[in-house]
Design a protein around this ligand. Sequence first.
Ligand SMILES: CC(C)(COP(=O)(O)OP(=O)(O)OC[C@H]1O[C@@H](n2cnc3c(N)ncnc32)[C@H](O)[C@@H]1OP(=O)(O)O)[C@@H](O)C(=O)NCCC(=O)NCCS
Length: 319
Amino acid sequence: MNAKILGTGSYLPEQLLTNADLEKRIETTDAWIVERTGIRQRHVASAEQFTSDLAVVAGQRAIEAAGVAAQDIELIIVATTTPDRVFPSTACLVQSKLSITNGCPAMDVQAVCSGFIYALSTANAFIRSGQVKTALVIGAETLTRITDYSDRGNCMLWGDGAGAVVLGVTQTEPGIISTHLHADGRYEDMLYVEGGGTCGLGQTPYMRMQGNSVFKMAVNTLDAIVDETLVANGLTKSDIDWLVPHQANKRIIDATAKKLDMPSDRVILTVGEQGNTSAASIPLALDTGIRDGRIQRGELLLMEAFGGGFTWGSALVRY
Ligand SMILES: CC(C)(COP(=O)(O)OP(=O)(O)OC[C@H]1O[C@@H](n2cnc3c(N)ncnc32)[C@H](O)[C@@H]1OP(=O)(O)O)[C@@H](O)C(=O)NCCC(=O)NCCS
């Protein structure tokens, strides 16, 4: 029994924060940001919108694209590092807002920018083991809420948004072929949120990052996960049709594409318009590539991510 992507959906808040807007707030330039990150703008949730609200719209669109009824969803997993509340989980809030009253399990997965890969892998395991037949997997973030706009070292990176997939069961198609998950918890100091948890009570709820060190770790680690995924499946680089990467930074994505000998027109790139939306970025990119017709049924997709923790992972999927 394999898990297959039945449908995808995504949502981006309307409000934009451009590099020109940032030029007015911090000492930076559009040229510097574009050269170092490839980012030109990001979407920002309104004051009334929380992570669950973004997740619900993306989820609704994925359910519609999958052609299933909301009540047929048997598992909800939301990958997020910006939950509405410490508890209840954002997944429980999404279940309620989608009016899913069948009592299906709902939980959050917290693996920062690798969160969607972790969530996809978890849902895949539930389906392969026969525990559920249909799962809603969402990556959703409101990172601009934990961004310190006086810290020019990282505030230009982050954006808000949500992406979702509905997984179903198949006995004839490969679907999700393999997933590979890793973590190394020794690097807390390089990328973390100051307040918000029980050890940061009273502190500002902002992200702190040693950008240069994170950059180097990300490139080397993603290099290794690409090799691991290809070797595990007896594939060569040319077998991959599409790279659907976590959208951290165009330079990091370019390095992975180069490693795969992948021309830029086989890479789904959204970072320029969306910034880094952490757990939301892969399903946002996936939905973009599917809805604009680039990604076709039967093609082989490599998704990969690296993020805080550090966590990293990949998923090889026959769409
Ligand atoms: C954040 C990042 C873009 C910074 O680029 P960088 O080339 O590493 O830049 P540095 O931090 O070395 O700083 C270089 C110079 O630019 C300056 N600078 C930093 N931020 C700036 C900004 N927003 N605008 C203009 N100048 C800036 C620095 O002060 C420094 O100046 P100095 O040489 O006079 O000291 C880059 O490190 C990066 O993308 N890292 C990975 C981050 C990431 O993807 N994290 C999420 C992982 S999921």
